[in-house]
Design a protein around this ligand. Structure first.
Ligand SMILES: [Zn+2]
Length: 151
């Protein structure tokens, strides 16, 4: 088993989360042909809480720094390197603007709360596969996700 380490995570707004714990796993949806992708890491603290580190990225390059697709969510326009932002925006065309990374850090105390946070309204197969992976290293996630008791 991995040993606990001290970790500091910062979200898009500069809020800092500090804890001592282990990284249970990570997954990402990167695909070069997709307009956006995300990455999520899950940690378990020494106190037993779970920390979820979400990062959302864009592959689109925009001509208009005020393009509505660029400013969706909390993203800001940032100068875009074609290597990092390879796809042309279908709304305003390829240019020199990209979307800033959107990063959030959430903490929950229990495995059911973690599952609810990860799954959201509709569980997709990427998240299902990730929860199955996390179940292999965390007994509480296993008990709450891999076993269903139907009355
Ligand atoms: Zn655009």
């Amino acid at each position: 088993m991995k040993t606990s380490t001290s970790t500091t995570l910062t979200d898009s707004f500069g809020q800092v989360t500090e804890f001592i714990g282990k990284r249970l796993g990570a997954i990402d949806t990167f695909a070069a042909h997709k307009p956006s992708w995300w990455e999520v890491e899950v940690y378990r603290t020494e106190g037993g809480s779970y920390v979820v580190h979400w990062s959302r990225y864009s592959n689109l390059r925009h001509q208009d720094p005020e393009c509505p697709r660029l400013l969706a969510g909390s993203a800001k326009a940032v100068p875009a390197d074609p290597q990092d932002y390879p796809l042309p925006c279908k709304t305003c065309g390829p240019g020199r603007w990209g979307a800033s990374d959107r990063i959030s850090v959430d903490a929950v105390e229990t495995a059911p709360a973690l599952i609810k946070l990860l799954v959201g309204d509709v569980p997709n197969n990427t998240i299902r596969a990730f929860l199955a992976e996390l179940s292999e290293v965390d007994d509480d996630i296993y008990e709450n996700w891999m076993r269903k008791v139907i009355l």
